[in-house]
Design a protein around this ligand. Structure first.
Ligand code: PEP
Ligand code: MG
Length: 888
């Protein structure tokens, strides 16, 4: 290890904002603030390297770490003129600080260094015994919980029982004597729970605290959070050790949290909360409901003015919205943390757009401030504004969006039922980091307690989950599993609707409406259009979908599946006649009936897309899909036989059953489908081609323009298949054009959705004007997984157990299936340089896969209409990441 690059410990004055990997986000930003001359308590940071080395040695600290820490403490004592455990005591805070922020997931210990002697020294120095004893009881509680593993409720129960005995509601109502009693009780708790006292030597405490923070990297909740947020498990956390400043030193002290802009809406306005005479955890934990920041002006005017100026300076320095923690000790302001604030999707867009308008960011920079998943959130539903129902209660609008689900009262039940796909709403008195697994799968979260910066609010906003916090009128009984609002009692499983945008709660399921795409959204996505290289098309097979796709910015249709057109109730009889036909004439007659219906479908789609290209895929699924189910048809025949019903009906049912049996296949997805079917029944592609050409000409006649007609042959494995199919299609096109006396440009291409097709792409390219990678089938056949059987089965376990990083049907398996795509691209273009290529599997709308397709050198992606804006944006991000292969 290079000493220059990685030490185990850095004094705060040695750090900078760009040292996050070593110092964690908090440590790096504290150092940066110190550099900028912003008041920050002095201290040092134990680096992530020390944590990683400790984890690798199964918990054993690396040589030299402890010496580094004791030396740093000595330096800090020197600088502050105080000593740990001394007459003029130095008290420390010990906080975790990972590279990527994980709000509330890891541990903190405050007031370290306090003991039976120092408590008196602290009391007389501050001239405030109550404050000193309050700090002492907090230390015992936190150390016992975090370092020694005493269940936190044991302390909370003692605190609650003391308050009950004294007849007071707030912690701040307890007297010095009460707090002294509590300290004695907490010491008893340690003896009872651990069989010994907590360590009294401050250095020993510090060692225990640093070690506990290291360990907190690996708690189940931290792991769950990292998994949900794609944070690697091997980064480790830094540990920030700082001189304590006290927000609980009386009425001229306070602690608070603020954002430089509104993290829910993005509006440039004052946003924050504070509590007088409190320590940091009181604000974020939701134990006391804090006051709006604006009220601080009247209480602590000088510190308030300084805070406002600092907020402004920090935002200008970082060029991003900041999330700030501060403490005021006896009127003096200290910053304890600044970081880029987590925000809702709507706020992310608003802030990015405003900052471009304010001249702070370029458009490219702004695009990198928004995540594709945030656009996705904005495409989520809201409560139908016409609902006309009254809310049963109201809380704080902590994270916007609407959620409907069945009421559950604990995170485990939420995880179980939500994980099984049931919509649930998690209702808690307040959430803690241990609830994270329930929050992840819930539709939304409702809490009785806590403010806009409470744990539930911060976590829900980060995930784009609706959250109503601090709904103080609700009563929750977790043992009875009841929620009482006024006179109404709700039980587990009852339906609730939350509106995280307004804070309203409804005791019923309300209709949700599709989201509105606002100006911020449009602006950001249109900037993305100026940057992206990949084209973006949509998969659509109705005129409504086509119109929606066009409205959302699709540049054409990349996949128009034709099978749905055959399934419609008015089509099915003719389709079945075609399948059951005994002779070619019978089949031709049935197809003759289907043709005008197909033509009508195409006319609708072509009208919606006129001026743009449309890729129509010829019939793909196996024919049995248009026939009744084998078991059902057998039962029908049996029933008719047993009841001796109508002879004609029985005969018809038998004929159909015979046909169903004949068409039955063991593995239909690998059977007679795609072009294989068309090879057996060339009349089908012939009819479909004629319908396409007639539709295109009719639309041109009527509308003055038509679409770019692209006809696509599915499930090709052999060059000879596409060669034969191409001839059929070309003949039908020529026939139709000749009959109409018209001309029309038509291209004929193929799907590459079988491994063999990718491997012989050079041979196939000889007969194809374009390729479209069908990554759904390519994933099934490339990995050898049947999607319908695997999802909800072993594949779920594979993802949960991290056998594979993600579901390969959602995000492309880059090494395997992606490798096949790359082979297909390279070999196809080796035979036909510049061959147009796209992708129309579901991966075409997945941002990570889009990055891969950008690098692989495809020309366009095609995805479902609602994902078009995300794909446009993700395609720009892929360019900005600049990872495109030089030869791609
Ligand atoms: C594919 O296989 O990726 C594809 C788009 O076709 P389908 O999903 O219709 O099989
Ligand atoms: Mg397919």
């Amino acid at each position: 290890m290079n000493d220059e690059a990685a030490k185990y410990l850095y004094d705060m004055s040695e750090g900078r904002a760009d040292m996050k990997v070593l110092l964690g986000g908090k440590g790096a930003n504290l150092a940066e603030m110190k550099r900028l001359g912003i008041p920050v308590p002095d201290g040092f940071t134990v680096s992530t390297v020390a944590c990683v080395d400790t984890m690798e040695a199964h918990g054993r600290w690396p040589d030299g770490l402890w010496d580094d820490i004791t030396a740093a403490v000595a330096r800090l004592e020197e600088r502050t003129g105080r000593t740990l455990g001394g007459e003029k005591p130095l008290l420390l805070s010990v906080r975790s600080g990972a590279v990527f922020s994980m709000p509330g997931m890891m541990d903190t210990i405050l007031n370290l260094g306090i003991g039976d002697e120092t408590v008196h020294a602290l009391a007389s120095e501050a001239d405030n015994p109550r404050f000193a004893w309050d700090s002492y009881r907090r230390f015992l509680q936190m150390y016992g919980d975090v370092v020694e593993g005493v269940p936190p409720h044991v302390y909370e129960d003692e605190l609650t029982s003391l308050k009950a005995r004294r007849g007071v509601a707030q912690d701040t109502d307890l007297s010095t004597e009460d707090l002294q009693e509590l300290v004695a009780t907490f010491k008893d708790v340690s003896r009872r729970e651990l069989g010994r006292d907590l360590p009294t030597d401050p250095l020993e405490q510090l060692r225990g605290a640093v070690d506990a923070v290291f360990r907190s990297w690996d708690t189940p909740r931290a792991r769950v959070y990292r998994k949900a947020n794609n944070i690697p498990d091997d980064l480790g956390t830094a540990v920030n050790v700082m001189q304590m400043v006290f927000g609980n030193r009386g009425d001229t002290s306070a602690t608070g949290v603020c954002f430089t802009r509104n993290p829910s809406t993005g509006e440039h306005e004052l946003y924050g909360e504070f509590l007088v005479n409190a320590q940091g955890e009181d604000v974020v934990s939701g134990i006391r409901t804090p006051r709006p920041l604006a009220e601080m002006e009247g209480v602590l005017p000088e510190a308030y003015a300084q805070l406002r100026q600092t907020m402004h300076d920090l935002e200008a320095h970082y060029k991003d919205m900041q999330d700030i923690e501060f403490t005021v000790e006896d009127g003096t302001l200290y910053l304890l943390q600044t970081r880029n604030g987590k925000r809702t999707a709507a706020a992310a867009l608003r802030v990015a757009r405003d900052m471009v308008q304010e001249g702070v960011l370029t458009r490219e920079e702004a695009l990198q401030r928004v995540e594709p998943s945030q656009l996705d959130q904005l495409l989520h539903p809201a409560i139908d504004p016409q609902h006309g129902r009254s809310p049963v209660t109201r809380g704080l609008p902590a994270s916007p969006g609407a959620a409907v689900g069945e009421l559950v009262f604990d995170a485990d039940t939420a995880a179980e039922r939500g994980g099984a796909g049931e919509p649930v709403v998690l209702v808690r008195y307040e959430t803690t980091p241990d609830d994270i697994h329930g929050v992840i799968v819930a539709q939304g979260v409702l809490t009785a307690h806590g403010g806009m910066t409470s744990h539930a609010a911060v976590v829900a906003r980060g995930m784009g989950k609706p959250c109503v916090a601090g709904a103080s009128a609700i009563r929750i009984d977790t043992s009875e599993k009841t929620l009482t609002i006024g006179d109404a009692v709700y039980h587990e499983g009852d339906l609730l609707t939350l509106d995280g945008t307004t804070g309203d709660v409804y005791g019923e399921a309300l209709e949700l409406v599709p989201p509105q795409i606002n100006e911020d959204f449009e602006a950001i996505v249109s900037w993305a259009d100026d940057v992206r290289r990949l084209g973006v098309r949509a998969n659509a097979d109705t005129d409504e979908d086509a119109a929606k796709a066009r409205e959302l910015g699709a540049e054409g249709i990349g996949l128009c599946r034709t099978e749905h057109m055959f399934m419609a109730a008015d089509r099915l009889p003719a389709v079945r006649r075609m399948i059951l036909a005994e002779t070619e004439d019978e089949r031709a007659a049935a197809l003759e009936q289907i043709l005008p219906m197909q033509q009508e479908d195409f006319e609708g789609i072509f009208t919606a897309m006129k001026g743009l290209p449309v890729t129509v895929r010829l019939l793909d699924p196996p024919l049995h899909e248009f026939l009744p189910d084998l078991v059902e048809q057998s039962l029908l025949v049996q029933r008719l036989e047993l009841t001796g019903g109508d002879a004609q009906e029985l005969e018809r049912a038998r004929v159909l059953l015979g046909q169903v049996k004949r068409l039955h296949e063991q593995n239909p997805m690998l059977g007679t489908r795609g072009c294989r079917l068309a090879m057996l029944y060339p009349e089908i592609p012939d009819m479909q081609t004629r319908a396409i050409i007639r539709a295109a000409l009719a639309v041109r006649e009527r509308e003055g323009e038509t679409v770019g007609v692209e006809i696509m042959i599915p499930l090709v494995a052999y060059a000879s298949e596409i060669k034969a199919q191409r001839e059929i299609v070309e003949r039908a096109v020529a026939d139709e054009l000749q009959a109409a006396g018209a001309s029309l440009d038509v291209t004929i291409g193929t799907m590459i959705e079988l491994p063999r097709a990718a491997i012989v792409a050079d041979q196939i390219a000889e007969h194809a004007d374009f390729f479209s990678f069908g990554t759904n089938d390519l994933t099934q056949t490339g990995i050898g997984i049947s999607r319908d059987d695997a999802e909800g089965g072993f594949l779920t376990h594979y993802v949960t157990d991290e056998v594979i990083p993600s579901n390969p049907f959602e995000s492309i398996d880059q090494d395997g299936v992606g490798g096949l795509v790359q082979i297909g691209v390279d070999r196809g273009r080796s035979a036909r340089p510049g061959l147009k290529m796209g992708v129309c599997g579901e991966h075409g709308g997945d941002p990570e896969s889009i990055q891969f397709f950008e690098n692989a050198g495809l020309d366009y992606v095609s995805c479902s209409p609602f994902r078009v804006p995300i794909a446009r944006f993700a395609a720009a991000r892929a360019v900005l990441k600049g990872e495109r292969r030089a030869d791609g």
